[in-house]
Unconditional design. Sequence first.
Length: 160
Amino acid sequence: MEAKIVKKSSFHVIGYHFVANLKEIEEQQLSKKTLERLQFHADKIPNKIGDHVYLIQVYPMKEGFHPYTDKFTQIIGYEVSNPGEVPEGGILHTVPNCTYVTTTHKGPEAEIYQTYDYLYGKWMVENRCMPLGYDFELWDERYNPDDMDNEIDLFIAINK
C-alpha cells in the first residue's frame, strides 16, 4: 500500500450528518441511508461540483478513543463551489486547508478498516505524524462498495 503526503486547499461540503459509533453505523446502515437521502435531495443542493460524494469523519480528540465504541460525527455530502442555501435538515461543513496522508483503498468497503488501521497505526508511527481529528473519503465513479474493484481515496489530516 502506497501512501503519500499532500496539501489540499479548503473546500465546502453540503450534505447530511449524524453522530454514532462504527457498531451503530454498521447495524443501522446509517452511512447507506444518509447517502440515499443525499442522492434523493441532490437537485436541492446549489453550486454542486460534480456527482462525487465526500464522507467526512470528525473524531473527539480524547485519550483512548476507539471508533467502534466511541461516537463521532459523519458528514456525507457534495462539494459546492459557493456555500449557498442548505436543504432542510442539512449541514454546511468547511474542510480547512491542511496537510493529509492519502492512499487509495482497493477492494470491498467492508475491508476499508485494514487501510485505516495501516494509516493510523504503522504509517503514522513510521512517519512521526499525528492525526488532527478528522479524515475524509472521496466516493467517485470508482465507488462500488460491495465489489472487488471498488476504490476509495482516503485523506487523513496530519500535523506534518
